[in-house]
Design a protein around this ligand. Structure first.
Ligand code: HEC
Length: 170
């Protein structure tokens, strides 16, 4: 009896909900309905704790090292190591989105482009890792480095475009 009453009440509620939903704009959320983001880390913290270690995994997993004992070609050696590269590439891509969230974003133009660059690099690296393509990963590692510089040159306090400051790599 109690169950029957509940079911009876639920049906009109669902119908009403359906009507409301169909009146909402389709696609992306509107500004007024953005989730209540609660950014925690500063840009520097994101860089030091997430971006830099993730990029290191990718850079250290590719390339050639020349030692006195000869030349060593570096590349992930098994499925687990490729997965590690893929995971860190996904992380880099998504951090691009975190950088776009206020108050981290410095402006709505070049900053967004630089953050998008990081996302795109991450996406390409995921594809290379899935294909286990070491040559491609090496090339993309270089491209990733350019994306880091691209943003730092414009926004880091130690960037080369800051008059009177010397660039210190990344
Ligand atoms: C969209 C912009 C942007 C991108 C892309 C970006 N960074 Fe940064 N990064 C910054 C800013 C801004 C700072 C803060 C510099 C300052 O102190 O003025 C920073 C700082 C850093 C720092 C110093 C952190 C500290 O604790 O002092 C490191 C390391 C770093 N980034 C690494 C990287 C690497 C590696 C990449 C690429 C894989 C990268 N960043 C890509 C904007 C960016």
């Amino acid at each position: 009896m109690r169950k029957a009453t509940l079911r009876f009440l639920t049906i009109p509620l669902l119908c009403f909900g359906g009507t409301l939903q169909s009146e909402q704009p389709k696609g992306a959320l509107q500004n007024s309905t953005l989730p209540p983001f609660k950014p925690y880390a500063t840009v520097n913290q994101l860089m030091a704790s997430l971006v830099d270690p993730a990029a290191d995994v990718i850079w250290e997993a590719s390339g050639t090292i020349v030692t006195t004992n000869g030349t060593e070609e570096r590349h992930p050696k098994n499925a687990k190591e490729w997965m590690q590269v893929r995971d860190n590439a996904i992380l880099l891509a998504e951090v691009g989105n975190l950088l776009m969230i206020s108050p981290r974003a410095r402006d709505n133009g070049e900053w967004m482009k630089a953050a998008t660059g990081l996302i795109e690099s991450g996406e390409k690296l995921v594809v290379a890792a899935k294909a286990k393509d070491a040559g491609r990963m090496f090339a993309l590692g270089g491209e990733l480095y350019e994306k880091c510089l691209d943003c730092h040159e414009q926004y880091a306090s130690w960037g080369s475009r800051q008059p009177g400051r010397k660039r210190v790599g990344l």
